[in-house]
Design a protein around this ligand. Structure first.
Ligand code: PEP
Length: 250
């Protein structure tokens, strides 16, 4: 049985005080969660939030991680830096990073390797654009992104990775993939992992759905056979809605 994982991607929202407020509200509401609960505030809020979640079931994630251990990479943050303040997860290759910040399958792979090497659990995002879905190449796109993300990664490391299937057309648009569409692609991703690493890793690896998941549609999506959790944007900024999603994963 795979433990479901619900992660909130706060994106570029909430200063330190606002982040602490949100966590204070959230703590009690998710205290009895049956799934893993992760919040990913902005880099500047990680240190403010860390003491607030100490001793709770909420885990800390970052929204990115650099592929080098240290050096002349102005503006970047390494896995070791994140680990040293209690971060356990790192979102890698979010479509907004691919779209606005030049992230490629190659840099996603490098960041994934660096995160694993630094003791973080990568949450690797893959997903097709609307035109790609309309052209009927969703499977090709997602299989390729998955294969490239895992290049050079051992089976022992691969099973720790969380994959987030996020159709780009569903992110922040209010257009959710149907539960069947989402499950179909998550199953394709699992089969890709099976082809790369075999049955055991494929059975263990967790695959989230992300894209306008909210308190109203979470239960149906999370009830699907190949969906092991959610990566939540907008709805993770509201404690009540996020808590309903966490409960739906239980
Ligand atoms: C995301 O940014 O990963 C995401 C899924 O956003 P939203 O839930 O707002 O669509």
């Amino acid at each position: 049985m795979r433990t479901k994982i619900i992660a909130g991607n706060w994106k570029m929202n909430n200063n330190c005080a606002e982040a602490v407020e949100l966590v204070k509200e959230l703590k009690a509401k998710v205290a009895d969660a049956k799934c893993e609960v992760v919040i990913c505030p902005s880099f500047t809020s990680l240190c403010c939030v860390a003491p607030e979640i100490k001793g709770t079931n909420i885990k800390l994630g970052a929204q990115n991680v650099h592929f080098a251990q240290n050096g002349a990479f102005t503006g970047e943050i390494s896995a070791d830096m994140l680990k040293s303040i209690g971060v356990l997860y790192a979102i890698i290759g979010h479509s907004e990073r691919r779209q606005y910040f030049g992230e490629t399958d190659e840099t996603v792979n490098k960041r994934t390797i660096a995160a694993l090497g630094g003791g973080l659990i990568p949450i690797v995002c893959v997903g097709e654009h609307l035109e790609q879905r309309e052209q009927g190449i969703t499977e090709k796109v997602v299989v390729e992104q998955t294969k490239l993300a895992f290049t050079g990664i051992s089976a022992a490391d691969a099973e720790k990775v969380v994959i987030a299937y996020e159709p780009v057309w569903a992110i922040g648009t209010g257009k959710t993939a149907t539960s069947e569409q989402a499950n179909e692609v998550c199953a394709i991703i699992r089969n890709t992992i099976k082809a790369l690493y075999g049955d055991d890793v494929a059975a263990k690896i967790r695959i989230q759905y992300g894209g306008s998941m909210n308190d109203a549609n979470a239960a149906e999506l999370l009830g699907m056979s190949d969906i092991d959790g959610g990566l939540i944007g907008g709805a993770s900024l509201k404690a009540d809605a996020f808590a309903v999603i966490v409960k739906a994963a239980g």
